[in-house]
Design a protein around this ligand. Structure first.
Ligand code: DC
Length: 223
């Protein structure tokens, strides 16, 4: 069977990460959270104070980034060998990531890494433009979404569990702003590919969301 590429796109908080981790583990295939590489560039930008698109694109091209299966159901992110998993998930990093992700030079610099990730076997990537720009000819495209309110609730619970004090309203406002920036940018905006299967998880549990996606993946990669 030839190598199957699965593209999962959608807004923050729709469940992409949890669903893709489960699918990757179930079918034993490499997984890349492409948002995490934009977050890594965002972190480089915060640490250096750099906001120049050309300079950030160069930094993105040479950064030593690793997204690794930790073997306990979680994935870790490493920048130059440093474990930056926690820092990447912080709201401030996400905000900066959304800014650097709007820079065409940065997006271009990260394309080759995404396109060749896990080459040689089945693989799954999630993000905003995997099915439209990174792999326009992916074997399966899924657009995973949920209502803004539900996504904000989920993210607030996640952050509260980590001890970050946040209000749902605050998250909702920031999410709406970030959605608008991700969808409204000229270069590679977040949109569902015309040939994507839309999975709305608003009224689904995580297990049900995983099951729906597994049902789409299984016929392609075998049980
Ligand atoms: O999914 P996330 O919140 O970790 O993504 C962080 C930011 O990166 C988000 O604002 C959107 C952007 N992003 C993108 O533009 N393209 C991708 N393929 C993935 C993420």
């Amino acid at each position: 069977m030839s190598a199957v590429r699965i593209a999962v796109d959608g807004p923050a908080g729709a469940g992409k990460g949890a669903v893709c981790r489960a699918v990757a583990q179930r079918f034993q295939m490499p997984y890349l959270d492409t948002g995490s590489i934009y977050r890594a560039v965002g972190l480089l930008s915060i640490r250096s104070g750099q906001l120049d698109p050309e300079k950030l694109a160069r930094a993105a091209q040479v950064m030593d980034y690793l997204f690794k299966d930790m073997g306990d159901g979680s994935f870790g992110a490493f920048l130059g060998g440093e474990n930056v998993t926690t820092e990447l998930r912080q709201e401030a990093t996400g905000e900066r990531a959304s800014q650097v992700a709007a820079m065409p030079q940065v997006r271009e610099a990260l394309l080759a890494f995404q396109r060749t990730y896990g080459a040689g076997g089945h693989r799954i990537l999630d993000g905003r433009d995997v099915g439209t720009v990174v792999w326009p000819d992916a074997d399966l495209k899924i657009f995973l979404t949920a209502s803004l309110e539900e996504r904000a609730n989920r993210r607030a619970l996640e952050l509260q569990a980590k001890g970050e004090a946040v209000s749902v309203q605050q998250i909702c406002d920031r999410m709406a702003e970030r959605d608008a920036r991700d969808s409204g940018r000229d270069h590679a905006p977040m949109i569902s590919a015309a040939d994507a299967v839309v999975v709305d998880t608003t009224h689904l549990t995580l297990e049900e969301s995983i099951e729906q996606v597994v049902r789409l993946v299984e016929p392609l990669v075998g049980g």
